[in-house]
Design a protein around this ligand. Sequence first.
Ligand code: HEC
Length: 135
Amino acid sequence: MTRALALVLLLAGCEPGPRSFEAPLVLGGASVPAERLNLGEVVYMQRCRGCHGQHGRGDGQYASSMQPRPADLTSGEYPRLGATGGALPTDAQLRDAIVRGVDGTNMGPQPLTGEPLEAVIAYVKTLAPVWREPR
Ligand code: HEC
């Protein structure tokens, strides 16, 4: 994370405290640096947790009033992105869903670009074990 961004997050009061990731992870066959995953976690907790839940199970604090319910991001299935049965979505498909929102659901466009956007895409992959399988 750049120092400026760290400062912004700190001032916004959303520093999550201890960093969850200390080493790179291979996700969907690509190595992702810990720094990117830690930023992704901050962004997720700020922008996605309320709906998708602390651990991505689709059980955030606002979830029960929604129809359809927020996606369970631990399942490794992404029906809205056309990725089911073990097929994984591309980063472009994930980016699209986040930036444009998901039609016909409560998930509106998320105001993310640049590194915070790429970081939350990477972090979402840590929620589902399927991304850690060898590709
Ligand atoms: C206002 C609630 C809300 C917020 C905020 C939200 N989502 Fe969603 N999300 C949903 C709902 C509802 C769906 C659609 C679930 C369905 O169609 O079964 C969804 C679907 C998705 C999908 C597609 C899953 C699939 O089944 O194909 C992804 C990926 C996703 N969200 C990631 C994110 C990420 C990452 C963030 C934060 C940057 C985020 N969402 C923020 C409610 C939300």
